[in-house]
Every structure is written in structure tokens, then in C-alpha cells.
Unconditional design. Structure first.
Length: 168
């Protein structure tokens, strides 16, 4: 720092000291000017920023309102989805119960029809067995006997109806 200052018998050369002081003064003045310019720029930037605060505040309020609305919509959608899901579960449960009831009814009906078919088969077998038995027990007419048909005339039928009228 003191390289440019020359020495004398009684200390430093006054001219060199004055020059060094002026140089330092100039250097510090330059730094002060630079810092003041920087401060001025910072003040301008601060003023611009402060001028933007109301605009940014409005944007913040807008976005907060938007966020609140979105949150309300999300909550409403979630409640609605939960309600729809509950309704769908209840409807599915009801449909499943109805289907199970219908299946039980159809199974009962099927079982009833099976019993009915089995009973019909059994009765039909019994009837066929009776006919078979009857057929087996029918005696075939012999060829020796001639079958002579009996002729019924109207006279006999008329006389029977007269007899029936007289007795009544």
C-alpha cells in the first residue's frame, strides 16, 4: 500500500503522501460512486417491485380464489363420486340379491318339474305295465267260434224309450 511513498530523513515525503492520499481518495470516491449507482439501481428496482406489489397481490388473490374454487369442486366431486359409488354398490347388491332369489326360484321350479317328470314317468310305466299285463292276459279268440254280430233295430230302441216313458 505504501510502495509509492518515498522516505526522507524525518519520515515520508509530503508530496508522495499527498499524491497517495489523493489516489486513495479518488479510488474510494470511485467506489462510493459505484456503490451509490448500485444503490440508485437497487432503489429503482425496489420502486418497480413495490409498484408491482398491488398487481401481484391481485394475481395472488385471483389464484387463491381459483384454488379455493378448485378445492370446492374437488370436494364436491369426491362427495358425488362417493355417493355414486355407494348407489352403484347398493344397486349391484340389490341386483345380486334379486338374481340369487330368481335363481333359487328357478332351481325350485326345476326341481318341481323333475319330480313331476319322474312321477309322470312312473305313472306312465305303471300304465304301460297294466296294459302289458292286460294284453298278456287277453285270450285270443279261437277260430272255431264264429262271431255273429247282433243287429239292433229301431223298433227295439223305440219300445225301450216307450217303456222308459211309461215307468217315469
Amino acid at each position: 500500500m505504501f510502495k509509492n511513498i518515498g522516505k526522507t530523513l524525518f519520515g515520508f515525503k509530503p508530496k508522495d503522501v499527498i499524491n497517495e492520499m489523493q489516489r486513495l481518495d479518488t479510488q474510494y470516491q470511485t467506489k462510493i460512486d459505484a456503490l451509490q449507482a448500485e444503490i440508485a439501481l437497487a432503489k429503482e428496482e425496489l420502486k418497480k417491485t413495490e409498484d408491482r406489489i398491488p398487481e401481484l397481490q391481485k394475481q395472488l388473490e385471483y389464484h387463491q380464489n381459483l384454488e379455493r374454487q378448485i378445492a370446492e369442486v374437488m370436494v364436491s366431486a369426491q362427495i358425488s363420486a362417493q355417493r355414486i359409488e355407494d348407489q352403484a354398490r347398493e344397486k349391484a347388491k340389490t341386483m345380486l340379491q334379486n338374481t340369487e332369489d330368481e335363481l333359487r326360484r328357478k332351481n325350485q321350479e326345476l326341481e318341481f318339474l323333475r319330480v313331476k317328470v319322474n312321477r309322470f314317468k312312473e305313472e306312465f310305466r305303471e300304465t304301460l305295465d297294466k296294459y302289458k299285463y292286460s294284453l298278456d292276459n287277453v285270450k285270443e279268440p279261437s277260430d272255431d267260434l264264429n262271431f255273429a254280430p247282433t243287429l239292433i233295430t229301431n223298433e227295439k230302441a223305440t219300445s225301450k224309450s216307450r217303456i222308459h216313458e211309461i215307468t217315469s
